[in-house]
Design a protein around this ligand. Structure first.
Ligand code: SAM
Length: 206
């Protein structure tokens, strides 16, 4: 299938194997050797990248055919689950040092993502936002973030390390995106004023 702006977004993703630059930039904040979740993982490009970095990755999608090769790995767990079928959260009681969600949005899951972060765990979330409909799919507002929505979703609980909202004009998926990196460490501080420690925001070497 040739990629075009009207190719279903899931199909376009299966061809993209490089991790998102946003995930690469903030993956170093995930505690070394941590347990991470790649939610709605598609071909598992982020699970694979994080495994390469020494993590154990849980790769979850409703269609796990593109991550079947990861199942035998001692550093991976593949879970097939439909996150929108009204059933229970499939990862109840589990905590992760990192949760990565890229180009998937189902708002009722936000509380589970926050509850699923271990102390010091890192949420890296990036997906399409309103305005994207002028460029390509997705165009359904259910799948497009409102301005500031990820800040509103996490700001009360997590330390927001970085946030962006705007147009991406190059790369395999041009469009309007919103992305956040936030850490579950607002409750821990070595300072009298209770401020959590700052994190490095520079991109590392490739
Ligand atoms: C646009 S792709 C993104 C894949 C991957 N996160 C990436 O960045 O390459 C969206 C993914 O969400 C998955 N997905 C969509 N609806 C889902 C649902 N109800 N439950 C679980 N996964 C779902 C699709 O199967 C697809 O793999």
């Amino acid at each position: 299938m040739v990629n075009s702006p009207d190719t279903p977004i899931g199909h376009r993703h299966l061809k993209i194997t490089a991790p998102s630059p946003w995930v690469k930039r903030f993956a170093p904040l995930i505690p070394a050797g941590g347990r991470v979740l790649d939610l709605a993982c598609g071909n598992g490009r982020h699970a694979r990248y994080l495994i390469e970095r020494g993590c154990f990755a849980v790769a979850l999608d409703r269609d796990v055919s593109a991550v079947a090769d990861l199942a035998p790995s001692p550093r991976a767990q593949v879970i097939e689950a439909d996150l929108e079928d009204g059933g229970a959260w499939p990862l109840a009681g589990q905590r992760f040092d990192g949760i990565v969600v890229v180009n998937y949005l189902y708002r009722p899951l936000f509380p589970h993502l926050l509850d699923g972060l271990a102390e010091g765990g890192v949420l890296i979330y990036e997906t399409f936002a309103r305005g994207n409909e002028a460029f390509s799919r997705p165009r359904n507002p259910d799948h497009l973030l409102r301005s500031g929505e990820l800040i509103d979703a996490v700001g009360g609980r997590l330390q927001i390390v970085a946030y962006e909202h705007g147009r991406i004009e190059s790369g395999p998926l041009p469009g309007v995106i919103q992305r956040i990196c936030a850490v579950n460490d607002r409750g821990r501080s070595a300072r009298a004023d209770g401020e959590p420690a700052p994190h490095r925001v520079e991109a590392g070497p490739d």
